[in-house]
Design a protein around this ligand. Structure first.
Ligand SMILES: NC(=O)C1=CN([C@@H]2O[C@H](COP(=O)(O)OP(=O)(O)OC[C@H]3O[C@@H](n4cnc5c(N)ncnc54)[C@H](OP(=O)(O)O)[C@@H]3O)[C@@H](O)[C@H]2O)C=CC1
Ligand SMILES: O=C(O)[C@@H]1CCC=N1
Length: 275
């Protein structure tokens, strides 16, 4: 049996362009799963102190293209807008055998290949990646080899689970559901707390109750095999308090129609980012 950490044997160089919230979370996951820091380089104009500190472990920070040449894998975690302005410079790091993994919302495989070349995997992670509990959806261009796909899978799996799809057009709705989804859940915690204050609770207690309720329910959902609807029904006593609240939340202008509109808006925005 091979007990080596899952990324210990991954060969570099792996270049991460953009070490902000998502790029930084992915980098943390890679290192935690045994990726040799000496195989990693990072392009980041204003590195956080955490990213700068990684230089002491062997990560190369902002190397010049002439010093590193074409890399085995380029991971692009820039904002789509930054990529449009600065993506061309990444071409210097891309050769005919370079795997390019992009996590940028909206930005298509064709436009990434057009701007910087390489064999492109387009992926959409989410911020629970920071604690190894993200979910990523990925789609590969035809030019991506089986070995390259395995490398992309290993890098993405370092931050949680991975689903591969064949149809790139699904990525806009994926972004709207799981990419942006954590924000909807955090908003739920905010609004539950606000409603608690409206109902007479002190702010601090309302905030704690809402946060722990969302976190505990998420953990229950994670650990249970039961469908979400069953877990909801387990809370709902006939004629009780939950039923009274759900009558509002599941009413005509309730969560179902709100969520459909919100996800449609995010899907539309993802499509706009492609332009
Ligand atoms: N946040 C999220 O939940 C998710 C984000 N994504 C995608 O990830 C990408 C990054 O998002 P996020 O991490 O939130 O954004 P951040 O702004 O936190 O990260 C982007 C980083 O790239 C840096 N940067 C800007 N220009 C360059 C450049 N020319 N070369 C190298 N680095 C540069 C930015 O620096 P500076 O701030 O100085 O400009 C910043 O640190 C986006 O494309 C987004 O669509 C995907 C899934 C989820
Ligand atoms: O808001 C955004 O555009 C990015 C993509 C998914 C989550 N954050």
């Amino acid at each position: 049996m091979n007990d080596a950490p899952p990324l210990a044997h991954l060969k570099g160089p792996i270049l991460l362009a953009g070490a902000g919230k998502m790029g930084g979370a992915m980098l943390t996951g890679w290192l935690a799963r045994g990726l040799d820091a000496r195989h990693v380089a990072v392009l980041e104009p204003q590195p956080s102190s955490e990213i700068s500190a990684l230089a002491t472990k062997g990560i190369r920070l902002n190397p010049a293209a002439k010093d590193i040449g074409a890399v085995a894998t380029l991971v692009i975690a820039l904002k789509p807008q930054s990529f449009r302005e600065a993506g061309g410079a990444l071409k210097l790091f891309v050769g005919p055998d370079t795997l390019v993994v992009s996590i940028m919302a909206g930005t298509t495989i064709a436009s990434i290949a057009d701007v910087c070349g390489g064999s492109v995997v387009r992926a959409m992670p989410n911020t629970p990646a920071a604690i190894g509990r993200g979910i990523t959806v990925a789609v590969a261009a035809n030019s991506v080899s089986a070995d390259q796909r395995a490398v992309a899978d290993a890098l993405l799996r370092a931050t949680g689970s991975v689903e591969w799809v064949d149809d790139e057009s699904l990525m806009d709705a994926v972004t709207a559901v799981s990419g942006s989804g954590p924000a909807y859940v955090f908003l739920l915690a905010e609004e539950l707390a606000r409603a608690g204050v409206e109902a007479g609770l002190p702010q601090e207690l309302a905030t704690k109750l809402a946060r722990e309720t969302v976190a505990g329910s998420g953990e229950l959902l994670h650990r249970s095999d039961a469908p979400s609807a069953t877990l909801r029904q387990n809370v709902t006593s006939p004629g009780g308090t939950t039923a009274a609240a759900l009558e509002v939340l599941m009413g005509p202008d309730g969560m179902a129609s709100l969520m459909i509109r919100a996800v449609a808006a995010a899907t539309r925005r993802s499509k706009e980012l492609a332009k």
